[in-house]
Ligand binder design. Structure first.
Ligand SMILES: Nc1ncnc2c1ncn2[C@@H]1O[C@H](COP(=O)(O)OP(=O)(O)OP(=O)(O)O)[C@@H](O)[C@H]1O
Ligand SMILES: C[C@H](N)[C@H](N)CCCCCC(=O)O
Ligand SMILES: [Mg+2]
Length: 203
């Protein structure tokens, strides 16, 4: 059966696009960004990092030029941003869907980015950075998902190792670490392939 993942994070610039590239490479999955705020978009980045020939890059659901929260970018550009307006592309392949920012980033006055994961019935993966303060950001994110009955497939740590942070996050959440992405000098196709091999063992 085709798998469907929704990649979210504890914030923006967290490594969702890097991890989405790794996941696409690991599974030969399609990539789709339902809401892109800020151009050039993440689809171009993933296209430049994935090596396999199977991944298909779907057109973004809603594309906004403004690098801001989708609700604000939509308001500025007079574009209606809502889950109702965005239908998942047809595909029989596995699909990696990348959110924008974190779970409670607003699409509009009533809806948030995470509502897209629910609408598409996708398994959520949370990318967690390892800066000072990230324990709180990560546990708040996981607690909100848990309290809203949104299951999480696992956590991806991104950044220099911090065993105390990683341990307490895994212990409190009871979730599995799917991958640790270390700080790389440059993100290249070769780097993405290396992590894809590691990730494949966990999926
Ligand atoms: N482990 C890492 N090593 C080196 N650079 C990284 C690493 N993780 C992320 N980066 C860099 O940090 C920047 C932000 O990462 P990325 O674009 O994946 O974030 P994002 O969560 O997708 O952001 P957005 O919310 O805009 O979609 C990029 O320039 C990326 O190449
Ligand atoms: C512009 C950025 N790269 C993303 N596309 C959107 C991030 C929105 C974050 C909103 C917020 O949490 O304050
Ligand atoms: Mg991104």
């Amino acid at each position: 059966m085709a798998l469907r993942f929704f990649v979210t994070a504890i914030g923006t610039d967290s490594g969702k696009t890097i991890f989405s590239s790794i996941l696409c490479e690991a599974l030969g999955a399609d990539y789709w960004k339902p809401v892109q705020a800020g151009l050039p978009g993440d689809t171009d980045t993933v296209r430049s990092l994935v090596s396999n020939k199977k991944t298909f890059f779907h057109e973004e659901g809603i594309k906004l030029k403004t690098p801001a929260s989708p609700h604000a970018a939509g308001k500025k550009e007079e574009v209606e941003v809502s889950t109702q307006r965005i239908e998942i592309p047809q595909s029989t392949n596995h699909m990696v869907i990348e959110g924008a920012g974190g779970v409670l980033v607003p699409l509009n006055d009533n809806e948030n980015v995470i509502d897209l994961a629910v609408k598409y019935n996708a398994e959520v993966i949370v990318v967690s950075n390892l800066y000072l303060g990230s324990i709180n950001h990560t546990l708040l994110t996981l607690d909100w998902l848990n309290k809203n009955n949104i299951p999480v497939r696992g956590i991806v740590f991104n950044g220099d190792p911090n065993p105390e942070s990683q341990e307490i996050i895994l212990k409190r959440s009871g979730l599995e670490e799917l991958l640790h992405i270390y700080k790389e000098e440059e993100i290249t196709k070769k780097v993405i392939k290396k992590y894809a091999e590691r990730l494949r063992e966990k999926l």
